[in-house]
Ligand binder design. Structure first.
Ligand code: NAD
Ligand code: UDP
Length: 320
């Protein structure tokens, strides 16, 4: 397969001040790219990109992707969208607009410039899956009118747009379905399970396990995920996905809580709270396609990734 060389080219990253976007930008700059980071700072934070201020190949633009954007770039990574249930349910209409209108605007830009465009899609397109683990061929089991639907259906519609722009306008699209990812720079109060449990344990607060903790997730360390993004974008223009990118090792939420407690210690106790509506019972990616076509698979085991993430949150909590 023809590999692309993106060295020295100018790359747009929408959502670049967020958790994943800021790590992606670090890797792109290390590879020699110029980076234009576009973000409206809804859930992202300037502190995630503060270390890049003054970098000669880095530029930040405050902009909402639901409005058209006129810039000149050689490749686009579209990550702009709140990702945690707490954040995306805060203003559900804006969440759908960001996914759908944001996709139309970024695809329009890719079409005009004739450049490849990566979409940060999600395992949420599978909803509460009845097929386990989830291969890309599974069409999903999604509630269209529930409290998660603004995100799930927004991302599903974005996928539709990506593949229609590909069929209709020959846009070179790269749709990645991202499974639960964790690591430094997660927002400490975005309500996602890894950050919640770690921050609660570091503060000596109760660990809030929703339901009986038997629901499962498969957690990917951020460095592994970003390596997958780059491998996908570097792959030849015949590869469009959708492709699952995540770690296939599955844990129950109770097991995660117990690991975090064992690592941090302290007075925290595990307490049960009601399971949120439509919370998927199980989730685990089938990553055979990524292994076979990209030669990619995650390398960082949960215990090691948790140690690195705990070290990060220790500083965040200590700084108040
Ligand atoms: P995040 O909330 O940290 O980052 C999202 C970024 O998008 C933030 O900086 C936010 O300010 C920005 N943003 C939101 N709406 C915007 C708008 N209208 N215009 C411009 N910028 C906007 O979340 P993240 O975990 O870094 O997720 C990044 C992407 O990956 C999202 O598209 C998300 O759906 C997808 N994803 C993430 C995960 C995960 O586990 N982290 C899993 C599946 C999919
Ligand atoms: N969860 C939990 N306690 C928390 C936060 C989340 O038990 O304090 C559970 C949540 O109900 C879900 C799982 O952890 O079953 C993953 O939640 P998260 O919000 O991280 O991601 P998603 O549900 O989108 O996979």
């Amino acid at each position: 397969m023809a590999q692309r060389n993106y060295g020295r080219t100018r790359v747009l990253v929408t959502g670049g001040a967020g958790f994943l976007g800021s790590h992606l930008i670090d890797r792109l700059l290390e590879r020699g790219n110029e980076v234009l980071c576009v973000d409206n700072l809804f859930t992202g934070d300037k502190s995630n990109i503060d270390h890049l201020a003054g970098h000669p190949r880095f530029e930040f633009m405050r902009h909402d992707v639901t409005f058209p954007l006129f810039v000149e770039v050689d490749a686009i990574y579209n990550l702009a969208c709140p990702a945690s249930p707490v954040h995306y349910q805060h203003d559900p209409v804006q969440t759908t607009k960001t996914s759908v209108i944001g996709a139309i605007n970024m695809l329009g830009l890719a079409k005009r410039l004739r450049v490849p465009i990566f979409q940060a899609s999600t395992s949420e397109v599978y909803g509460d899956p009845s097929v386990h683990p989830q291969p890309e061929s599974y069409w999903g089991n999604v509630n269209p009118i529930g409290i998660r639907s603004c995100y799930d259906e927004g991302k599903r519609c974005a996928e539709t747009l990506f593949f229609d722009y590909h069929r209709q306008n020959k846009v070179d699209v790269k749709v990645a379905r991202i499974f639960n990812t964790y690591g430094p720079r997660m927002h400490p109060s975005d309500g996602r399970v890894v950050s919640n449990f770690i921050v609660q344990a570091l503060r000596g607060e109760d660990i809030t396990m929703y339901g009986d903790g038997s629901q499962t997730r498969s957690f990917c360390y951020v460095d592994d995920l970003i390596a997958g993004f780059l491998a996908f974008m570097d792959a030849g223009s015949e590869l469009h996905g959708p492709i699952n990118i995540g770690n296939p090792v599955e844990f129950t939420i109770r097991e995660l809580a117990e690991q975090v407690l064992a690592k941090i210690g302290g007075p925290s106790k595990l307490v049960q709270q009601p399971l949120p509506q439509d919370d998927p019972l199980q989730r685990k990616p089938d990553i055979s396609q990524a292994r076979d076509t990209l030669g990619w698979e995650p390398k960082v085991p949960l215990t090691e990734g948790l140690d690195r993430t705990i070290a990060y949150f220790r500083k965040v909590v200590a700084e108040g």
